[in-house]
Design a protein around this ligand. Structure first.
Ligand code: SF4
Ligand code: SF4
Ligand code: SF4
Length: 531
């Protein structure tokens, strides 16, 4: 039979004719679902039909077929969270890339094609979780550390004291040698965070993350002598006991903000921006706003929690100053006030204004920073690398003679202790870690945090999924991570001939660039390797 569509002047055939020929239009949603990204490969010979994988999969990607008497799959639902792999008692499941068969195309990559199909299917903005995963340069990977050899010998941290204690906040202008007539030199004291390690848990709000994960962060921070950050979601009443280890946020939505909240914490952070989504607000869907979250955020249960893009009372540095000093008044000048911004163009000038407005800490959040939910297109194309922003902010504050007025915390994609050391040498006093903390408790970076079904109990509060992350298990793994990284930081300080983290801060002589242009090295303020 001649295919009427091949003749070039096809008659207006009705749908019935075409379907009888096997030629019909795909139905709504079929483009995307007919091309799964992942393939659940189950060895049926080893499968004992225990249905563990069925119960463990929150995405309904695997099910029991009574008709065939096998456990089988809806591959198109699989998001490669790997929960089933981990839990299968016979280890007979492997998640594989489907192998899309798209014709290789350096311009129209598979990611572009899939995103486009999905938007044509749904007409919606594509959301994602976690940080920017595109092929931008990671400058940390092109920076190497110095090591002592003959002169200025290295120090063995197992045999000699090594100081990691870090004071985060404003420092005194000068020492008063007269000591106010008391006989010994004195300095004006400002409230500081005292961190036993320069690693702080990044802002992650209850609602975006689970109750158990947040309590795990609080316990681990308390044990290690560092801090966790509530993010913009308020502080659950049960967590006030961790207040002395908490940094609480005041964000544009003002969720959970009260006088008690501000006074309960070790520091208050004004959130202006987030590295993963600079310039836009946030949205926690109503279905995620459970009774506990509504109590913590002080909003009705089931209502959408929307944070506007700007703080509606801040349109200038002067406005920011008013808010900083309002919070200082509310907390009776007993805690440092932090201002968190996303790393964007001209970040050094912005940071200078923030410090002059009275902030004690400036947080610079780079574009690799994670998120509970963001439009993929914004996450992947807005903001700049934290390494460049950090180096410029530190240099600007030094050049202006105001570096002592505020500490700098670097955030956004810190992956290991070497990144910590490099960030501090580039000018940070301390770093935030968020994604690294999630990975420590089992995250597989499936980037589905926004769906509220995290298979590992990290970014969900669904009653059936929450117990998958026991609080003590989370706390132990986070403590281990802090302990391991802190030890490695000491080792790296020792090999550079330094015995304190203070000696490393902004010490770019300890860094060298590998494979960078002159312009990149200039912005980072470091010399090329070999010199
Ligand atoms: S968990 Fe493993 S053994 Fe059990 S049903 Fe699934 S694939 Fe089969
Ligand atoms: S548990 Fe995760 S990896 Fe396994 S089938 Fe479901 S979505 Fe895929
Ligand atoms: S926290 Fe959960 S949902 Fe988010 S990336 Fe990790 S495993 Fe996936």
């Amino acid at each position: 039979m001649i295919n009427p569509l091949m003749t070039g002047n096809a008659p207006a055939a009705d749908v019935q004719d075409l379907e009888s020929l096997g030629i019909c239009a795909l139905k709504r949603g079929q483009y995307f679902s007919s091309m799964p990204e992942y393939y659940v490969d189950r060895d049926q010979a080893k499968c004992i039909k225990c249905l563990v994988c069925v119960r463990q999969c929150p995405y309904e990607a695997t099910f029991y077929s009574a008709e065939m008497n096998i456990v089988t799959n809806r591959h198109e639902n699989c998001i490669n969270c790997r929960r089933c792999e981990a839990m299968c008692p016979t280890k007979c499941i492997r998640i594989k890339r489907w192998g899309s068969g798209f014709r290789p195309n350096e311009h129209w990559t598979e990611k572009h094609i899939r995103s486009l199909y999905k938007q044509a299917d749904t007409g919606g903005v594509l959301l994602t979780g976690c940080g920017n995963d595109l092929y931008y340069s990671t400058y940390f990977d092109r920076i190497v550390l110095d090591a002592s050899q003959v002169t200025n010998p290295s120090i063995d941290p197992l045999r000699e004291p090594m100081e990691l204690r870090t004071f985060v906040g404003r420092k005194a202008e000068r020492i008063d040698p007269s000591g106010n007539g008391q006989g010994k030199p004195s300095t004006q004291k400002f409230p500081n965070l005292v961190c036993e390690t320069p690693i702080i848990f990044a802002p992650m709000s209850f609602g975006a993350i689970s109750y158990n994960f947040q309590e795990g962060l609080a316990i681990a921070a308390s044990e290690a002598g560092t801090y966790f950050d509530t993010g913009e979601g308020g502080l659950h009443p049960n967590f006030y006991k961790y207040g002395k280890r908490a940094i609480v946020q005041v964000a544009s939505g003002r969720f959970g903000v009260s006088a008690d909240y501000l006074r309960s914490a070790a520091a208050v952070e004004i959130k202006i921006g987030q590295g993963a989504k600079p310039g836009i607000g946030g949205h926690l869907p109503g279905e995620k706003v459970t009774a506990e979250i509504s109590r913590t955020r002080m909003i009705p249960e089931g209502s959408d929690a929307i944070s506007p893009a700007p703080q509606h009372d801040i349109y200038s540095i002067e406005d920011l100053r008013l808010l900083i000093y309002a919070i200082k008044e509310a907390t009776e000048y007993t805690v440092p006030i932090s201002v968190k911004i996303a790393a964007v163009h001209n970040v050094a000038a912005i940071a200078s204004g923030i410090v002059r407005a009275g902030a004690d800490i400036v947080v610079i959040d780079g574009f690799r920073g994670g998120t509970g939910a963001a439009p993929t297109i914004i996450r992947d194309h807005v903001g700049i690398p934290v390494e460049l922003a950090l180096a410029q902010v530190d240099q600007r504050l030094r050049d202006e003679g105001i570096r002592h007025l505020a500490s700098i915390i670097a955030a956004g994609g810190i992956r290991n202790s070497a990144d910590v050391v490099k960030a501090i040498a580039l000018g940070a006093d301390a770093v935030y870690i968020g994604t690294a903390a999630m990975l420590a408790v089992g995250c597989t970076l499936c980037q589905q945090c926004h769906r509220g079904k995290c298979a590992w109990g990290i970014t969900t509060n669904r009653s059936d999924l929450l117990p998958r992350l026991p609080i003590d298990y989370a706390a132990e793994r986070l403590s281990n991570l802090l302990h391991a990284w802190s030890h490695e930081v000491k080792e790296m300080l020792g090999l550079m001939g330094l015995n304190s983290i203070e000696s490393l801060r902004g010490n770019r002589l300890k860094l060298r660039a590998v494979g960078m242009t002159e312009e990149e090295s200039r912005i980072l303020g470091i010399t090329h390797a070999g010199i």
